[in-house]
Write a protein of this length. Structure first.
Lengths: 788, 146
C-alpha cells in the first residue's frame, strides 16, 4: 500500500514537471511591443511564483497528511483490566455469579451459541462460547465450554466439542484508563473486524459514492447544495468520508470557504496516497461518537463497548445503524439521554440502507423493530475505581512516565477483583449508615477506607478510598496517614516473641502503672483503655485484650529499637521515630501500610510487596513488565505462628470476640482492633488464609467519633469478610511447636482443673509446673507429648 | 570461566536431582497431619489444618504446563502458570518449590532460596519435598557466592 502510494506520487511529480516545461515555448511565439513585454514578463514571474507557492503549499499539505497517517495516528490511553475470572472444577462459584460476570463482559444469551460472546444457561449448567482474547500470558482462541454447578461449586468443566478442560478463564473486565483527566479515548480496530452492515450503514448515510470518487464528490456536493438551497440553510455537508476524516484530523471546525478548499485539496492528496480500505479504517477509528464524563469516545471500537458492551465484530444491524446515526451529532442523538431522537435517526439510517440495497425489506423491518438495546452505562465511564487506580498509578509511576501511560496504548492487567470491590463498597455504605443511626450521629459524618489483598501474592483486590467510592477525591486508603493505635501491637509482640529466651505466650506481664522517662520530653504514663489495671496477665491475654500498660512494659523490656526494627521488617518503609508511645501506635500510617504489615504476618513471616499489577503489554501485545511473586523471609515462621495464635485469641476471647459468632472457628481468623486517643480513629486489621483486610473508620475533620476499633471498623471488617470466600489461615501446628497446658501463672498445668492449651516453640516450654500438675515420672518435666 | 559455568553445572545437577515428578511427592508431604491439641474443655482450640483434599485437576494441569514451559526455557510463562496454580492452592508447598526452581533457572538465586524456604514453611515432617527444597537452597547459596 505504501509502495503504491509512493508510485502514485512519482507519477504526479512527473506531471508537474511537464507542466512547468511548457511556458517557454509559449513565450517564444508572442513577441510584440516593449511595454507589453514588460507587463507580460511581470505577469509571468508572478504566475511562476504563484505556481511555486501552490506547489510548496501542496507539498506541505502532503507532508502533514502523511505524517499524521503514517506516524502514530492517535495517542492511546492505557487500557486497564481487572483480574479475569478463573473457571475450574472444584472452584467455589455459583451459576448466578458466572452469569453476572458474563453479563459484565457483554456476553449475550443465545441458546445456539452461534458466535463468540454468547452463553446459555439452564438448571445447573452454563454453556459459554468464549471470545478469543489476548490474556497477559497468551492468546486464547474462542471455544465452547460447558460449566456444571452443584452446591455452590463448579463440578465439571468440559469442552462442548468433547473432552474435559482443566482450567479456563473468562476475559477480564475493562475498567477504563489510568488517566483521570484524559480527553480522548479509543479502542483501535481493523477493518476486518467491522461487520459489513456497519460499513454499509456508513456509506449509505454519509458517502454513497465513496468507492468511486477521488476524495471529493462533485455530484454529492451539488446534491447537498441543492438540498441546502431548498431548505434555506445548511442541512447537508456534502463532504465525503475522506473529507470528514481530513476535517477531524487536521482542521478546525470553522466553516469557511478557504477551509473547505483546503479540505478538498487534502482529501484528494489523501486519496492519492492511500487506498479506500485504509481511509475507511482510519475514519472508523477516528470518528467521534460520544462522551463519557470528560473523555471523548472515538472510533466504532470503543463506541461499541461504550453503548453495547460488546466488541464491534458482534454488532447486529440495528446496533450498527445506531452508531452511524451518532456521527451526525453524538450529543444531540445521545441514545441514553434522547432515546426517541436516537431511534428516529437510527431508523432513518436503516431506511437509507434499504434504499441502497444494503438490506432487503425483511432485514430492514426486523432491524427497525428492535429496541435500542444499549447498556445503562458505558463500561468505560471514567474511573469507576478511583482509589484502586490511585494506588495503581502510584505503583507504576516509578517505571512508567505518565506520558507513556496516556499515549502508548499499554494494556495493564491489574489485580482488582471487581466482585470483592463491590462487596467492600456495599458493606461500607450500609455499615456506616447503621453506625451513624445507631449512635445518634448526623448522617454522613463518618468516613472510611479499606484495603483487601490476597495473602499468598500480595495482590490488592479491592481498595476503598472513601465513603463515596466512585468519587475520585482524597484517597484515604493510600494518602490518609492516621495514628494506628493498637493495630501496631503485633509488631511489639512479635519482637518480644522473637526474644524467645525472655518471652512466650505464657509469660506473665504485670499489668500495673508504668512511667517511662524520656530525655527531653515529659514522662510517659500510658493507661489501659478501660482505665483499670489487671495485675498479672499472660502475654497472650495482654495482646488479646489489648492492654496498653502491659504492652508498654513488653515494648520497653524488648527495647524500642527492636520494636521499630520489627515494624520495618514487616514492611513499613516510612520513618518511625523511636518514641515509647510508638508501641501503642502513636505512629501515623495509611490503611495500605497497615495491610502490608498484616500481610507479612498472614504469610507466616514472609514479606511480599502489595501489588496492583500482574503484567503490562504494549499495544501490540509485547510483554513490557511482569510483576511476579517475590518473597523474603523476615521472621521465623515458628515465631509468627505464636503471634498468629495470639491474634486468633483476639477474635476467640479478646477485644474482637464479637466476631467469633460470625465465622466458622475452623477458619482460624486472626486480627487486631485499634482505637486512638479520644476515639478519633477506629481500626481493624486481620486476615483469613487467603485475604488480608484492613478497615479504618473516622472523621475527615479528625474529631472524635466515640467509636472504638470494635465499635466501628471491626464491624465493617466482619461484614466484608463474611461475604468473601474464605480459606483457613495457616496452621499454628508446626514441627517445632508443642501445645502445652498452662495455668494462669504460665506454669505447666497438665491435669489441673484451670488450665488452657497454648503453643510453644520447642525449648521454650515452661519449666515450672503448677502444684496441681501431673508431671511425667521420668524427669519431672512437663509431659508435653502426652495428650488426654 | 568457572564463574559462568558453575551455576549451570549446579542447575543441571539440580534438575536431575529434582527429576522426580512433583505430583508424586504430594501425598507424602501432606499425609502426616500434625498432632492437634486435644479439645480444650472450656474452649474449642483453633482448627486450622493443611488442605487434605486431593490436588485439583486445574492445579495438576497448570503445574504440568509450567514444567513444560520451564523445559523450553519459557521462564515467564512458567512463572505465570505457577502463580495461577498458587492462587488456587496457596498452601501447596510443591507449587512454591516449582516456583523456586524456575527462579533458579532464571539465575535469580536469591528468590530461589527464598521461595524454597517459603515452600518449607508449608511442610511438616521430613519429606522428599523438604529435601529438594534444602538442596535447592544449598545450590542457590553456592551459586550466589560465586
Amino acid at each position: 500500500m505504501n509502495r503504491m502510494a509512493a508510485k502514485k506520487k512519482k507519477k504526479t511529480a512527473r506531471k508537474k514537471r511537464t507542466g512547468t516545461a511548457r511556458p517557454p515555448r509559449r513565450r517564444g511565439r508572442r513577441r510584440t511591443g516593449k511595454q507589453a513585454t514588460a507587463v507580460r514578463s511581470w505577469l509571468q514571474r508572478a504566475a511562476v511564483l504563484g505556481l511555486l507557492g501552490l506547489v510548496a503549499y501542496a507539498v506541505f499539505l502532503d507532508f502533514s497528511i502523511r505524517k499524521q497517517m503514517e506516524g502514530k495516528r492517535w495517542s492511546l490511553p492505557a487500557i486497564v483490566y481487572t483480574q479475569p475470572l478463573e473457571l475450574y472444577a472444584g472452584k467455589r462459584l455459583t451459576r448466578e455469579r458466572l452469569e453476572r460476570e458474563l453479563d459484565q463482559v457483554g456476553y449475550r444469551r443465545d441458546s445456539g451459541l452461534h458466535q463468540p460472546g454468547t452463553y446459555s444457561s439452564s438448571s445447573g449448567i452454563v454453556d459459554i462460547h468464549t471470545r478469543a482474547f489476548r490474556f497477559e500470558d497468551a492468546r486464547v482462541p474462542a471455544r465452547e465450554l460447558k460449566v456444571a454447578f452443584s452446591g455452590g461449586r463448579i463440578t465439571a468443566l468440559d469442552n462442548r466439542r468433547g473432552g474435559s478442560v482443566a482450567i479456563a478463564r473468562v476475559e477480564p473486565r475493562r475498567i477504563g484508563t489510568v488517566s483521570p483527566t484524559r480527553r480522548e479515548d479509543r479502542k483501535l480496530i481493523e477493518l476486518d473486524q467491522v461487520p459489513a452492515h456497519l460499513v454499509g450503514a456508513l456509506l449509505a448515510t454519509e458517502d454513497r459514492r465513496f468507492t468511486e470518487h477521488f476524495g471529493v464528490d462533485p455530484s454529492g456536493l451539488a446534491r447537498a447544495m441543492w438540498a441546502n438551497i431548498k431548505a434555506g440553510g445548511i442541512v447537508q455537508g456534502g463532504s465525503t468520508i475522506t473529507q470528514q476524516l481530513i476535517k477531524n484530523f487536521y482542521l478546525s471546525s470553522e466553516r469557511s470557504l478557504g477551509r473547505k478548499l483546503n479540505e478538498m485539496v487534502m482529501a484528494i492528496l489523501l486519496e492519492l496516497h492511500y487506498d479506500k480500505r485504509e481511509i475507511l479504517e482510519t475514519y472508523l477509528n477516528e470518528v467521534y461518537l460520544g462522551q463519557s464524563g470528560n473523555s471523548a469516545i472515538h472510533g466504532v471500537g470503543l463506541a461499541s463497548l461504550f453503548y453495547f458492551n460488546r466488541p464491534v465484530s458482534e454488532l447486529d444491524v440495528h446496533e450498527s445503524a445506531l452508531l452511524v446515526a451518532l456521527i451526525r451529532g453524538a450529543s444531540y442523538y445521545n441514545p441514553r439521554k434522547h432515546p426517541e431522537r436516537a431511534r428516529e435517526r437510527r431508523d432513518l439510517v436503516i431506511g437509507q440502507m434499504e434504499a441502497l440495497d444494503y438490506l432487503d425489506p425483511g432485514q430492514a423491518d426486523a432491524a427497525r423493530s428492535k429496541p435500542l438495546e444499549i447498556t445503562a452505562n458505558g463500561p468505560t465511564s471514567a474511573t469507576v475505581y478511583p482509589a484502586f487506580m490511585g494506588l495503581l498509578r502510584r505503583q507504576l509511576q516509578d517505571e512508567y512516565r505518565s506520558r507513556d501511560l496516556h499515549t502508548e496504548g499499554l494494556r495493564i492487567f491489574t489485580t482488582l477483583d471487581p466482585e470483592v470491590q463491590a462487596v467492600v463498597e456495599d458493606a461500607a455504605r450500609s455499615r456506616l449508615q447503621a453506625i451513624e443511626s445507631g449512635n445518634g450521629m448526623d448522617a454522613g459524618v463518618l468516613n472510611a477506607a479499606a484495603v483487601v489483598a490476597r495473602v499468598e501474592s500480595g495482590e490488592v483486590v479491592a481498595v476503598l478510598g472513601g465513603r463515596r467510592a466512585r468519587y475520585s477525591g482524597f484517597n484515604r486508603a493510600v494518602d490518609a496517614e492516621r495514628p494506628v493505635g493498637s493495630v501496631i501491637k503485633p509488631g511489639v509482640y512479635l519482637a518480644a516473641l522473637e526474644a524467645s529466651a525472655q518471652f512466650n505466650l505464657a509469660t506473665v506481664i504485670e499489668d500495673e502503672p508504668i512511667t517511662v522517662e524520656q530525655r527531653g520530653s515529659p514522662d510517659w504514663s500510658p493507661e489501659n483503655y478501660t482505665k483499670r489495671y489487671y495485675g498479672d496477665t499472660l502475654l497472650i491475654d495482654a495482646l488479646a485484650h489489648s492492654r496498653n500498660v502491659s504492652t508498654a512494659r513488653v515494648g520497653m523490656s524488648v527495647g524500642l529499637e527492636r520494636v521499630v526494627d520489627m515494624i520495618h521488617r514487616l514492611g513499613i518503609t516510612r520513618d518511625i521515630p523511636q518514641y515509647p508511645s510508638v508501641v501503642l501506635g502513636a505512629v501515623p500510617l495509611s490503611p495500605v501500610d497497615v495491610a502490608q504489615l498484616y500481610l507479612t504476618i498472614a504469610n507466616n513471616g514472609f514479606r511480599t510487596a502489595l501489588r496492583t499489577t500482574r503484567s503490562i503489554l504494549s499495544n501490540d501485545d509485547e510483554p513490557l513488565s511482569r510483576y511476579p511473586i517475590e518473597v523474603r523471609q523476615v521472621v521465623e515462621p515458628d515465631t509468627v505462628a505464636l503471634l498468629h495464635y495470639g491474634l486468633q485469641e483476639v477474635i476467640r476471647s479478646g477485644t474482637a470476640r464479637a466476631l467469633s459468632g460470625r465465622f466458622d472457628p475452623a477458619l482460624g481468623l486472626a486480627g487486631k482492633t485499634g482505637t486512638t486517643d479520644g476515639f478519633r480513629d477506629s481500626w481493624f486489621a486481620g486476615y483469613s488464609g487467603n485475604y488480608v483486610t484492613v478497615v479504618w473508620i473516622g472523621r475527615d475533620d479528625n474529631r472524635p467519633t466515640g467509636l472504638s476499633g470494635a465499635g466501628g471498623a471491626m464491624l465493617l471488617w466482619g461484614d466484608i469478610m463474611e461475604r468473601l470466600d474464605l480459606a483457613p489461615t495457616f496452621p499454628v501446628e508446626r514441627d517445632r511447636i508443642r501445645f502445652v497446658e498452662v495455668d494462669e501463672q504460665g506454669r505447666f498445668a497438665g491435669g489441673c482443673r484451670n488450665r488452657r492449651w497454648l503453643p510453644f516453640i520447642e525449648g521454650t516450654i515452661p519449666s515450672r509446673a503448677a502444684p496441681c500438675a501431673v508431671t511425667s515420672t521420668r524427669s519431672g518435666t512437663p509431659a508435653v507429648s502426652a495428650r488426654p | 570461566m568457572m564463574r559462568t559455568v558453575l551455576p549451570w553445572l549446579l542447575a543441571g545437577s539440580l534438575a536431575v536431582g529434582c527429576a522426580v515428578p512433583l505430583r508424586d511427592q504430594e501425598p507424602v508431604d501432606r499425609q502426616p497431619e500434625p498432632a492437634r491439641p486435644a479439645p480444650d474443655p472450656d474452649r474449642t482450640a483453633p482448627a486450622s489444618t493443611r488442605p487434605a483434599a486431593p490436588e485439583s485437576p486445574a492445579v495438576v494441569e497448570l503445574s504440568a504446563r509450567a514444567r513444560e514451559a520451564l523445559d523450553d526455557s519459557r521462564h515467564d510463562d512458567a512463572l505465570q502458570l505457577l502463580e495461577r496454580a498458587i492462587r488456587i492452592e496457596p498452601q501447596n508447598g510443591a507449587l512454591w518449590h516449582q516456583l523456586a526452581r524456575v527462579r533458579f533457572q532464571q539465575g535469580n538465586y536469591e528468590q530461589a532460596r527464598q521461595l524454597a524456604t517459603r515452600s518449607n514453611a508449608l511442610l511438616t515432617g521430613n519429606s522428599r519435598l523438604r529435601a529438594s527444597n534444602d538442596e535447592l537452597i544449598e545450590a542457590a547459596r553456592d551459586a550466589e557466592s560465586f
